[in-house]
Design a protein around this ligand. Structure first.
Ligand code: MG
Length: 261
């Protein structure tokens, strides 16, 4: 989606801002003993209290507000009453926030999509590094997300950090355009593909690197949603929604206390 109307840009900013606030809030609740179900309830309440809708709930029949993916789970983990976080785990929290406007009786959605991976209590130095490197690759990808650059500049920025640190890169999932139907073209690979597709001012995209401590390969569990690494090694995932401008992109989903480095 390319946004040119000021009121539309304001709406997507509103969605992104609330998404960042809610993500920071639920990340602060993460501690040993809490369940992913409780995190989901807190996220849903915060999104609805903010006057918005949880994007994921009901999207292709996904049952919850957040995706909560623990350790070897990469993305799309379903919150569960019996999934209790333990000291030493890592959890990827992914949320979507929708504000809508009505045009000729039809709803048009403006979505903020964002994720981060956080430690549960004390984690190993190796896991800390996995989280730090995946986060660094998101910021490198954001730097590369400029009008005139290609999608390959984004994929290359991510791939370089993964290769330097010997991580697997998830190949089957990646960033995407964001529009009224949530996922939109272009698909944004987290590695070089030779894509010559250029970024243009007004484009709204989500960039979301996923690094694995082991190999690249992933599979979907029998619940139809949860993506896990095939070798069961841990994975990390960070995501922001961006508005492409003439200069540096605007990070729509920036969290209130996030330090961009
Ligand atoms: Mg996304």
């Amino acid at each position: 989606m390319i946004l040119t109307v000021d009121s539309d840009i304001e709406l997507i900013r509103k969605s992104g801002k609330l998404a960042g606030q809610v993500l920071e809030h639920i990340a602060s609740l993460v501690q040993p003993g809490i369940t992913t179900w409780e995190l989901d309830l807190a996220a849903e309440k915060a999104i609805r209290d903010g006057g918005a809708q949880p994007t994921f709930k009901g999207y292709r029949n996904f049952p919850c507000t957040i995706c909560a993916s623990v350790n070897e789970e990469v993305v799309h983990g379903i919150p569960n009453r019996s999934k209790t976080l333990k000291e030493g785990d890592v959890i990827s929290l992914d949320i979507g926030v929708t504000f809508s406007k009505k045009v000729d009786g039809k709803n048009f959605d403006f979505i903020g999509d964002t994720a981060l991976t956080v430690p549960v209590g004390q984690i190993s130095p190796r896991l800390e590094k996995l989280l730090a490197d995946t986060k660094a690759s998101l910021y490198a990808a954001i730097e590369a997300s400029r009008a005139g650059n290609t999608l390959d500049d984004i994929g290359g920025a991510i791939e370089d950090i993964a290769k330097r640190n010997d991580y697997g890169i998830v190949r089957d999932y990646g960033g995407h355009g964001i529009g009224p139907n949530y996922h939109e073209d272009p698909f944004i690979f987290n590695y070089r593909t030779g894509s010559k597709v250029k970024l243009k001012p007004g484009m709204v995209i989500a960039v979301e690197p996923m690094f694995n401590q082991g190999g690249d390969r992933v599979r979907t569990k029998s619940d139809g949603w949860t993506v896990v690494t095939q070798d069961y090694k841990p994975s990390a995932h960070f995501e922001h929604s961006l508005l492409i401008t003439e200069g540096r992109p605007e990070i729509l989903t920036k969290r209130p206390n996030e330090v961009i480095s």
